[in-house]
Ligand binder design. Structure first.
Ligand code: 5GP
Ligand code: MG
Length: 180
């Protein structure tokens, strides 16, 4: 594993983001953090504790179905409670093209949220999709390489690493060997 962002760097940045959100939303009536499952769970757990404001927690699951319409992302779960009239912050692990996120934001707006903003831990230099929402909060801008850890997976593995890393060939080969 090549560590890209270590635990201390993540913690420091998450605290800055929490302080920024607390300042921006000091006047909000009903603030809701919506985690996009499953990759944003670590980030959500830390970010909500770094945000010193009353807030609600909710979750959203998005699946990309490979059908004859292409791989259109579909909301498969959530939010669990009403977001009507709420100020929503969508909490994402990583943003690349932004197609998944665009779907989430549309869904929350249609559900009657008063405002919808995006907080992503990582942003890649991907080609932004035409309708991609611009995140208001970004933890780190990173390169195009595939990363794991702190919630992010490779085939459901590595989510529990406390840092963000680029897996090496040996790490992936070890996974494949474990399966046989
Ligand atoms: P997009 O922004 O292109 O719609 O897709 C972003 C999604 O692709 C993320 O939510 C994540 O699930 C996945 N993804 C993109 N880059 C990476 C990466 O480097 N590592 C991991 N684990 N997932 C990624
Ligand atoms: Mg995601």
């Amino acid at each position: 594993m090549h560590v890209l962002i270590n635990e201390q760097e993540i913690a420091a940045r998450v605290h800055e983001l929490g302080a920024e959100i607390a300042k921006d939303y000091a006047a909000a009536g009903d603030l809701v953090f919506v985690a996009v499952l499953r990759g944003s769970l670590c980030f959500m757990a830390d970010l909500m504790r770094a945000t010193e404001l009353p807030l609600r927690l909710d979750v959203l699951d998005i699946r990309s179905y490979q059908g004859d319409t292409g791989d259109e992302p579909v909301i498969s779960h959530g939010p669990m409670d009403s977001v009507t009239g709420a100020d929503v912050i969508v909490v994402e692990d990583i943003l690349e093209r932004g197609t998944t996120l665009a779907r989430a934001v549309d869904h929350l707006r249609a559900a009657g949220a008063r405002s919808v903003e995006v907080c992503t831990l990582l942003r890649k230099p991907g080609m932004a999709a035409a309708n991609a929402p611009q995140p208001r909060y970004v933890g780190f801008d990173i390169g195009p390489g595939f990363v794991v850890g702190y919630g992010l997976d490779y085939d459901q593995h590595f989510r529990n690493l406390p840092f963000i890393a680029i897996p090496g060939e040996a790490d992936l080969a070890a996974l494949a060997a474990d399966r046989t």
